[in-house]
Design a binder for this molecule. Structure first.
Ligand code: TYD
Length: 215
């Protein structure tokens, strides 16, 4: 069992139901003596949380949105994620860069090459090889049909800017996630989210155990 820092992200369209499993996975790691840093994007630091409020509530063009989420990510990496990984923590992050490719790239149709450039620039790590890009060691993608997620969301609290989008938007977001998984399959575990909560949790646990990170 590794004692090195681990970086795990959780992705999926709004309504896919990742939240309870993030908490449960944190407890599973803590039960095995690991220190866990629980965080989210956009957000995770005081500055990034301020940017989150803007991104989730204010109308803006897709490039502005992409620049703000990457600005938040830069601060988050420098202030929180890199120090936590250096300490040997398990970092569980509710969304990361795949969400930008899915929402700004897929959903809003923003240029993918610009996103790739921003990813390379923002996620470079000082002191590591120049072409190293900090990305999760594992990404759990909670895959749920956009129609089913939309039904779940109608039961939820008052929607933010993204949650209020039509079902076609979420179909494009899902395609964005699928394209990211296709580009880097070894980093991804696709979780079928249209199952009971217990079955989803079993699949989450299996995905992490398959990496040898949990007994
Ligand atoms: P979410 O993580 O679903 O939190 P909550 O459960 O509180 O609604 O909300 C974050 C929203 O931000 C979600 O709709 C996806 C969006 N988002 C982007 O558009 N781009 C990004 O890069 C990230 C990280 C999130």
């Amino acid at each position: 069992m590794t004692t090195q820092g681990l970086f795990i992200s959780f992705e999926g369209i709004d309504g896919a139901g990742k939240s309870t499993h993030i908490e449960a996975l944190a407890q599973a790691f803590q039960a095995q003596g690991r220190a866990v840093t629980l965080t989210r994007e956009p957000g995770g630091t005081p500055l990034a949380e301020k940017l989150r409020v803007l991104v989730l509530n204010d109308a803006m063009d897709a490039m502005t949105e992409a620049l703000l989420v990457f600005a938040a990510r830069r601060d988050h990496l420098q202030q929180l994620i890199e120090p936590a990984l250096a300490r040997g923590d398990v970092v569980l992050c509710d969304r990361f860069t795949d969400a930008t490719f899915a929402y700004q790239g897929g959903g809003r149709g923003f240029d993918l090459n610009t996103l790739l450039f921003l990813e390379r620039t923002v996620q470079a790590v000082k002191g590591l090889e120049p072409d190293f890009i900090r990305n999760p060691d594992l990404t759990l993608w909670f895959d749920l049909a956009a129609e089913i997620a939309a039904q779940r969301l109608t039961l939820a609290r008052s929607p933010d800017k993204f949650e209020a989008q039509p079902v076609e938007f979420f179909r494009r977001v899902s395609d964005g996630y699928l394209n990211r998984m296709t580009a880097g399959p070894s980093r991804f575990a696709r979780i079928e989210a249209n199952q009971t909560r217990e079955a989803v949790w079993r699949d989450v646990l299996h995905a992490v155990q398959a990496k040898g990170w949990l007994a």
